[in-house]
Design a protein around this ligand. Structure first.
Ligand SMILES: *[C@@H]1O[C@H](CO)[C@@H](O)[C@H](O)[C@H]1NC(C)=O
Ligand SMILES: *[C@@H]1O[C@H](CO)[C@@H](O)[C@H](O)[C@H]1NC(C)=O
Ligand SMILES: *[C@@H]1O[C@H](CO)[C@@H](O)[C@H](O)[C@H]1NC(C)=O
Ligand SMILES: *[C@@H]1O[C@H](CO)[C@@H](O)[C@H](O)[C@H]1NC(C)=O
Ligand SMILES: *[C@@H]1O[C@H](CO)[C@@H](O)[C@H](O)[C@H]1NC(C)=O
Ligand SMILES: *[C@@H]1O[C@H](CO)[C@@H](O)[C@H](O)[C@H]1NC(C)=O
Ligand SMILES: CC(=O)N[C@H]1CO[C@H](CO)[C@@H](O)[C@@H]1O
Ligand SMILES: CC(=O)N[C@H]1CO[C@H](CO)[C@@H](O)[C@@H]1O
Length: 854
């Protein structure tokens, strides 16, 4: 890359672009003639404008390093089928430049290939270059080495930082240009983002922050990408940069200029998981409500954060305490399977929004209000195309809204969309897709016989005992406590702090008091694990008081401090400190000894890491010992076994519920960190999830009192049919004999089709009756019908009940239509005919079915 050569012409362009665009405050309006076609991306006050046409754009966040290249085409195809136009991703600087000037763009980091996959599918691309990402990603996406550049201060008017930020941003833009990925070059990239949510945290940076903000805008505009730049959560984004909204709802958001469109760059489809936390769940009805409200109030670009969350493989999870699964309760689950009904419900919504595209982009809007949270918006074009949104923000009461000489029943906390201003085609609270509950199915053991198994045990384990305390000639001794990240440079999660304590008597109990900045610490006295301390997502810091008994003479105290991802967010998050900062003291025989200023011997990382015990090439290493006694609950132990891949194509995971804390690898690929013995709170899981009312991450949370994450995704492309090497590093102690490999398959599926609201109209204008559709996984069949009622069934999947109106032949008919099939469907009208009776004449009926796939 001739980056140096390119610098002059680009620098000149900065000047030109600034002169031409900034004073007018309008967007970049560059066009390029390519093969006779003018391709341009601009914007106006209503929308992003592509080739002179305003566009309604549905965008989907899929972060390329959170899945494998083998998964990308399928993820992108499912996004497209779900009605998505744009794929969006952050750029992950720390992965692309692990050492300064050493670039990596292959495998999961093949950004160009990822963008080209979107292009192949006919989708646009939005690249959020940042280079700050947050994203629950280690150190917010900043490379650790950045912290050590002399004189640097992150994200402010600092020449060192600005130099590095400009260098990487330019590098990425140059790669995109070389590969002809920008829209004007014939590629899919229509938007780019600079910085990220800086507006939320920049006050403490003072005037220097403001100067930096303006510099970022000028720097980005100067790169001559000829696509609009956005800044999210930045009210004062300088022109021509578009300020966009991030949040659970963005209906009240207004851009900072009447010349800019209303854009939503992070619609949180769910929320992330933290170790020790509950599993977040955002109901499909509420996501659809938020999206419909956004379009009702003038939005034209919205992005699902996340559409596919994926996995924080290796050490990529950020801190504090971000879990390995980044499922995000997204429309595509961590494994790339449809998360139903969310995926389907949003697909329906997108289809209906398309029907409204012209009025939304070009129509006059008339806003209506009937009080008590009942609002309407009617978009009408000059040629009388009309689309209406009727919404009811009341959290409890349904509403009857009189509109356009009709009366419309709008359920609480919902929006109805009328693409012809007459007929309701979609209501956000009426879900017409099946609910799928997935099963993590243990793979039968005959499929997992290791090549050297001799007994009936499915796996033969080998172990390696990690030394306790300093192990290498590179250990060093200093007075006082050292910051962990400053010392390890984040090359490892682990740092040993070791020292000696002397005692003149042989009995008596002392007390050790330690304060740490986080995240986790193991305390060993004379090689024995005597304590463990840790913080949590809300506060990684902790203080520990621990009784201990010293033997006479010299005692070895070894503290293993562990980071669980570096911080990702907040003003000055990069310099908050890590590891054991003290104070630390020992109360012994009536005296308090300050250990903070003692001599400490430091060891960076573990010996097993240095030996690369997880690596494929070390599979026969003599370091391993056979483990016939099944040593369980041993701290600081590496385990290894060999397994066969489960047959078929269903996604694979390993179940680590029986383990403590550590990390896992398959064939040298890092599956990520696990922390199975950090259970979530027993409280906070509601029995039923009510989607009505403002969502917050604690609402509808699941999985109380359990390991926050027990299953770890093993991408199929990392597996061979047999002889796969599985390695674990267990820190605290666990039982590897309980580990199993599982496949993810649908188990219980439910549908609920109701005549209660108006009929659905499909995109081609034909009528469609409410349908019950059931579909199992590709190699499955419907094996039993657990519930079926045509009438007024109540409840939801796995808690359906008959109402007072019920046709008792329903189950027989559903059984006939569905049993033994992979999929089946019945409309309510069919059902009425087939049951041969009307269980409650004159009332709209529903059909609820729950079935099992095997
Ligand atoms: C962009 O340029 C084209 C061609 O010069 C012009 O017709 C159009 O009005 C411009 N658009 C904006 C938003 O300035
Ligand atoms: C133990 O004995 C040593 C040497 O006699 C003395 O220096 C030290 O202060 C004693 N320590 C304690 C805790 O009594
Ligand atoms: C890390 O090192 C830098 C540079 O030596 C220093 O300025 C900073 O205070 C250290 N951070 C912590 C948390 O100790
Ligand atoms: C172990 O490594 C050797 C050398 O790299 C390789 O030939 C062998 O196939 C590996 N064994 C397994 C079980 O993967
Ligand atoms: C309209 O779409 C529905 C469902 O998408 C389909 O079943 C039907 O055949 C289509 N009708 C026409 C006339 O294309
Ligand atoms: C089915 O319902 C009809 C009335 O709707 C009733 O007469 C009949 O006894 C019911 N049969 C069973 C098996 O419950
Ligand atoms: C600042 C912050 O938390 N930003 C985040 C917005 O929300 C999603 C939450 O998951 C993050 O990934 C963003 O980076
Ligand atoms: C397709 C459809 O449902 N059309 C209906 C729309 O609404 C008008 C007036 O309410 C009806 O007459 C149509 O039948």
């Amino acid at each position: 890359m001739a980056a140096g050569k390119a610098a002059w012409p680009l620098a000149m362009m900065i000047f030109i672009v600034l002169l031409t665009t900034v004073p007018t405050g309008s967007c970049t309006n560059s066009t390029l003639v390519l093969g006779g076609l003018q391709r341009s991306v601009t914007y106006d006050e209503r929308a992003i404008v592509i080739d002179g046409q305003r566009k309604l754009l549905i965008s989907a966040s899929i972060h390329y390093p959170r899945s494998t290249p083998e998964m990308w085409p399928d993820l992108i195809a499912k996004a497209k089928e779900g009605g998505v136009d744009v794929i969006e991703s952050y750029m992950f600087w720390n992965m692309h430049e692990p050492q300064r000037g050493m670039y990596v763009f292959n495998g999961r980091l093949d950004l160009v290939r990822f963008i080209k996959e979107a292009e192949k599918a006919g989708l646009y691309f939005h690249l959020r270059i940042g280079p700050y990402a947050c994203a629950e990603w280690n150190y917010g996406g900043f490379p650790a080495w950045l912290h050590f550049l002399p004189g640097i201060r992150f994200r402010t008017d600092n020449p060192v930082f600005k130099g590095e930020m400009e260098r990487i941003t330019r590098k990425i833009v140059d790669i995109l240009k070389q590969e002809k990925l920008f829209y004007w070059q014939g590629g899919p990239v229509i938007l780019a983002q600079i910085e990220n949510e800086y507006g939320n945290i920049y006050k403490p940076y003072g005037p220097a922050g403001k100067r930096y903000l303006h510099w970022t805008a000028q720097m980005a505009e100067g790169l001559n990408t000829q696509v609009p730049w956005v800044m999210c959560q930045q009210k004062d984004a300088p022109d021509p940069i578009i300020n966009t909204c991030n949040g659970f709802y963005c209906d009240h958001f207004k851009p900072n200029s009447h010349k800019k469109p209303k854009m939503w760059t992070e619609n949180w489809t769910g929320w992330f998981l933290a170790f020790g936390g509950l599993q977040p769940h955002r109901p499909a009805e509420d996501v659809a409500f938020a999206v419909a409200r956004f379009f009702q109030t003038g939005g034209t670009f919205q992005n699902y954060y996340m559409y596919h969350g994926g996995t924080n493989f290796e050490r990529t999870a950020g801190g504090p305490f971000i879990a390995t699964s980044y499922d995000y309760d997204a429309p595509l689950d961590e494994y790339g399977l449809l998360q139903q009904p969310k995926w389907g419900h949003l697909k329906d919504l997108h289809e209906i929004l398309r029907l409204c595209e012209k009025p939304l982009l070009h129509g006059e809007v008339q806003k209506l209000s009937w009080g008590r949270g009942r609002e309407g918006a009617v978009y009408t074009t000059a040629d009388n195309q009309c689309c209406a949104f009727l919404s009811n923000k009341d959290q409890k009461k349904d509403a009857e809204i009189s509109f356009n000489s009709g009366t419309y029943h709008i359920p609480a906390w919902s929006v109805s969309i009328l693409p012809d201003c007459k007929n309701v085609s979609f209501n956000t609270a009426q879900v017409n897709h099946q609910t799928t509950r997935m099963n993590m199915k243990t793979v039968k053991q005959e499929h997992v016989v290791p090549y050297h198994a001799t007994k009936h045990t499915p796996f033969v384990w080998e172990t390696y005992k990690e030394p306790i305390g300093a192990w290498g000639s590179n250990a060093f001794t200093r007075v006082g406590l050292k910051d962990q990240m400053n010392t390890t440079r984040d090359t490892t999660d682990y740092m040993w702090y070791t020292t000696s304590l002397y005692s003149n008597s042989s009995s008596g109990v002392g007390r050790l008091v330690i304060r740490s900045l986080g995240d986790n610490m193991l305390i060993f006295l004379n090689g024995e694990l005597i304590g463990n301390g840790y913080g949590n997502y809300d506060d990684p810091n902790f203080q520990l008081q621990l009784p201990l008994t010293l033997k006479e003479g010299k005692n070895a105290l070894a503290l293993l401090s562990t980071t669980v991802g570096l911080k990702t967010y907040g003003s000055f998050f990069d310099i908050t400190g890590t590891g054991i900062d003290g104070p630390m003291s020992l109360v012994w025989e009536g005296k308090k000894v300050d250990l903070t200023r003692k001599e400490w011997t430091y060891q960076i990382g573990l010996l097993g890491e240095k030996l690369e015990l997880y690596s494929e090439k070390n599979n026969l290493s003599t370091n391993w010992a056979s483990d016939e006694t099944h040593s369980t609950y041993q701290p600081m132990t590496w385990y290894k076994t060999i397994f066969n891949a489960p047959p078929g194509n269903d996604p694979v995971a390993v179940d680590l519920w029986s383990m403590g804390k550590g990390a896992a690898w398959v064939n040298g690929h890092g599956l990520g960190r696990y922390w199975s013995n950090f259970l979530s709170s027993n409280l906070g899981c509601e029995r039923t999830c009510n989607y009505r009312g403002v969502y917050r991450p604690a609402k509808c949370a699941q999985n109380c009192g359990q390991a926050s994450q027990r299953w770890f995704h093993i991408p199929r492309s990392w597996l061979k049919p047999s002889g796969n090497i599985f390695v674990l590093l267990e820190e605290i102690g666990g039982d590897p004999t309980q580990i199993s490999f599982v496949t993810r398959v649908p188990e219980t599926i439910c549908t609920f089709a109701s005549e209660k609201y108006s009929m659905l109209k499909t995109t081609n204008g034909t009528l469609q009756m409410p349908m019950m559709r059931l579909k199992c996984g590709p190699n499955q069949k419907i094996s039993s019908i657990q519930f079926a009622s045509y009438g007024n069934p109540q409840g939801s999947c796995q808690s359906f009940k008959h109402g007072n109106c019920h046709a008792n032949r329903t189950a027989d008919i559903v059984e006939q239509a569905c049993a033994g099939k992979q999929q089946c469907s019945l409309s309510t009208t069919n059902m009425g005919l087939l049951v041969g009776e009307d269980p409650c004449p004159g009332q709209p009926k529903s059909l609820a079915v729950q079935a099992v796939c095997t």
